[in-house]
Design a protein around this ligand. Structure first.
Ligand code: C5P
Length: 252
């Protein structure tokens, strides 16, 4: 079956919201990043919802033998905590308090990927207090000696501005909505194209328009538009971009 960019594999928020996945690849792949750099290699993958950045980030982590963090899952875990325990997403105070509940969320909970939780996550991620509460975890992960791949909205601009490689993965809103619909239907969840498209557009506007760490391509990020690509093509393109960047840095 043709895989589609943006398709979600197993959640990568790791055991009990250690929120991350260590590389589980063969020893041969283990130090591929070390072939380019003696120091830790950090790869930042940013982009809008359903652009394929999550699948691409996981594939890069596997390819280079690096630990991976899906930072969107942190915001989704806060959102799910509020959804379950009745927090008001309009209250920054309640959202910041819900950040303490993140470690209690089961990372395999399918509700983390639901549209309602994604929509709450998009709202509460506009709060500077929430971003601050989740920052140390992300920066700590990016700063580990083994190197790392992180995907999100502000990795290359705020969390890891000195990342070795930065990719900004995007696709048209229509293509992203189609992917999201397919993904939801495959998981047995209801999905209507028009509703999903409206949601994607409003999430884009909120993510790009917020004051705190808006979604933006870092000046030194490589742009990867996956609109015309299937997942395998997008992964291949991302690996090539990363390898070229690492090779250029090794030569410099
Ligand atoms: O990537 P995902 O759709 O799982 O992220 C859920 C929400 O979390 C996004 O809509 C976005 O608003 C927010 N987010 C963020 N910064 C990140 C990752 C996600 O603001 N680094």
């Amino acid at each position: 079956m043709r895989r589609v960019a943006g398709e979600n594999g197993p959640t990568a928020i790791g055991a009990r919201l250690a929120i991350a996945q260590s590389p589980c690849q063969s020893a041969a792949r283990m130090n591929r990043a070390r072939a380019y750099s003696s120091g830790p290699v950090v790869i930042a993958v940013d982009g809008p919802a359903a652009s394929g950045k999550g699948s691409i980030a996981r594939a890069l982590a596997r390819h280079f033998g690096l630990p991976h963090m899906d930072t969107g899952m942190l915001y989704r875990a806060v959102a799910l905590t509020m959804f379950r325990f009745g927090g008001d997403p309009a209250s920054e105070f309640e959202a910041v308090r819900a950040c303490e509940g993140v470690a209690q969320i089961d990372p395999t909970d399918p509700e983390l990927r639901s549209e309602v939780v994604g929509s709450i996550a998009s709202r509460i991620s506009t709060y500077p207090g929430v971003r601050a509460a989740l920052m140390d975890r992300q920066r700590g992960f990016a700063g580990q000696a083994a190197g790392a791949v992180l995907d999100g909205r502000d990795i290359g601009t705020v969390i890891a501005p000195n990342a070795t490689v930065k990719l900004f993965v995007t696709a048209s809103a229509e293509v992203r909505a189609q992917r999201r619909v397919r993904e939801l239907l495959e998981r047995g969840m209801p999905a209507h194209f028009e509703d999903v498209l409206i949601d994607i557009r409003s999430r884009d506007a909120r993510d790009s328009g917020r004051e705190a760490a808006p979604l933006a391509q870092a000046d030194d990020a490589e742009l990867l538009d996956t609109s015309e690509m299937d997942l395998d093509e997008a992964i291949e393109a991302a690996i090539k971009l990363a390898e070229n960047k690492l090779a250029a840095l090794a030569k410099a």
